[in-house]
Design a protein around this ligand. Structure first.
Ligand SMILES: *Cc1c(COP(=O)(O)O)cnc(C)c1O
Ligand code: SF4
Length: 351
């Protein structure tokens, strides 16, 4: 049995916990082995806390969580590794920044029923879980009150009634947290309910799991995906080419082989991918694995993430730089999410 030292398990995490579930799958065991202590992660990378600019933050309300497979793609000895900086809880997060909010994208007011966001015409988003395989330090949902806003006991009937009553909804997005934190059985329970609603045409999954814990895409998941009665889209979340190793690449190929259209969204992050070479490499690496770049998001102004901010003029320069080097289909759309707007806002050069 794997010793678990954590006290942060959320309810979906409990489902996955090998201590609670003797029949746990391999990916669940992998998830339970994830690093939860910044010093242990640094030590595995032959680094000390003193080498981290500004220091680490071990007692963090949004604690560190890093799957070992993901950590294995970091460069030992490099305190500025672009994967490490995405996930390492640092002291910098505690600095107050004016204009950085708890709910920067206005999810609260867009809640149509518990766990269901209806912001945009034709699409609804289900917050299926608060659990994630990794805790990205810039996450706009890092303060999201998951436990207050999801239906209790996985009872999606209110959300299903809402979707069934609005025939303009043609696409359902499973999001979270990470929807792949749910077991295959729970995913099937949701899709079985959705299958009763005739006007749904597409199912989209927003997930970081194929990138950070590719073991999650197991036989049961692939069978579920290929059994769905709709066109399916998997939007991965990958910010740097180093996140894609051979196992990730094979996993993306499997998703595609099971019928999914693969898109990627990235966040433009200072010190991680805010240079032309990193963005070009990311697009190339994604396409090599059958994935098209979709969005490049400007940082959401969430409390604790100000040190990742890339200013708009810098972002526009970077976009012009990558446009010069890549075919148009490998250039993501630069967007910002603005609370209350009917779509994500494209950022373009002033005329
Ligand atoms: C981003 C988002 C979507 C999807 O938007 P697309 O532009 O279609 O990718 C849908 N609902 C919510 C609440 C979102 O935040
Ligand atoms: S995987 Fe997505 S939802 Fe989860 S912490 Fe990272 S950015 Fe946030």
């Amino acid at each position: 049995m794997i010793p678990l030292t954590t006290t942060i398990c959320q309810d979906d995490c409990q489902d996955n916990c090998p201590e609670n579930n003797p029949k746990s799958e391999r990916w669940q065991t992998e998830l339970a082995r994830a690093y939860r202590d910044p010093e242990a992660l640094l030590s595995a990378l032959k680094l000390t806390p003193e080498q981290i600019p500004g220091g680490i933050s071990p007692e963090n309300p949004f604690p560190l969580r890093v799957p070992r497979h993901y950590a294995a793609r970091m460069q030992p000895g490099d305190p500025n590794d672009p994967l490490l900086l995405q996930v390492l809880s640092r002291q910098l997060e505690q600095t107050d920044q004016p204009g950085f909010l708890l709910d920067p994208v206005g999810d609260g007011p867009a809640t149509a029923s518990p766990g269901l966001l209806h912001k945009y015409q034709g699409r609804v988003l289900l917050i299926t879980t608060g659990a994630c395989p990794v805790h990205c330090r810039y996450c706009f949902r890092r303060h999201y009150p998951y436990s207050d806003s999801r239906p209790s006991n996985g009872d999606w009937s209110k959300a299903m009634e809402y979707i069934a009553a609005d025939t303009s909804i043609s696409e359902v997005i499973l999001s979270g947290g990470d929807p792949l934190s749910l077991s295959n059985e729970r995913l099937k329970a949701i899709s079985d309910e959705l299958a009763k609603i005739p006007h749904i045409r597409r199912l989209r999954l927003h997930t970081r799991m194929p990138i950070v814990l590719p073991e999650r895409v197991d036989t049961g998941f692939r069978d579920w995906l290929s059994s769905l009665p709709w066109q399916t889209i998997v939007v991965t979340h990958c910010n740097h080419a180093n996140e894609i190793d051979e196992q990730v690449s094979n996993t993306l190929a499997e998703l595609k082989a099971n019928g999914a259209t693969l898109l990627n969204q990235a966040v433009l992050l200072k010190g991680i991918n805010d240079n032309v070479a990193a963005l070009v490499d990311l697009s190339e690496a994604l396409f090599k694995s059958g994935t098209l770049p979709y969005y490049l998001h400007l940082l959401d102004h969430v409390v604790g993430a100000a040190h990742f901010e890339v200013e708009e003029p810098v972002a526009l320069d970077l976009m012009n730089g990558i446009r010069r080097q890549l075919p148009g289909y490998l250039v993501p759309k630069l967007v910002r999410e603005v609370a209350g707007k009917p779509h994500k806002i494209p950022i373009s050069d002033p005329d």
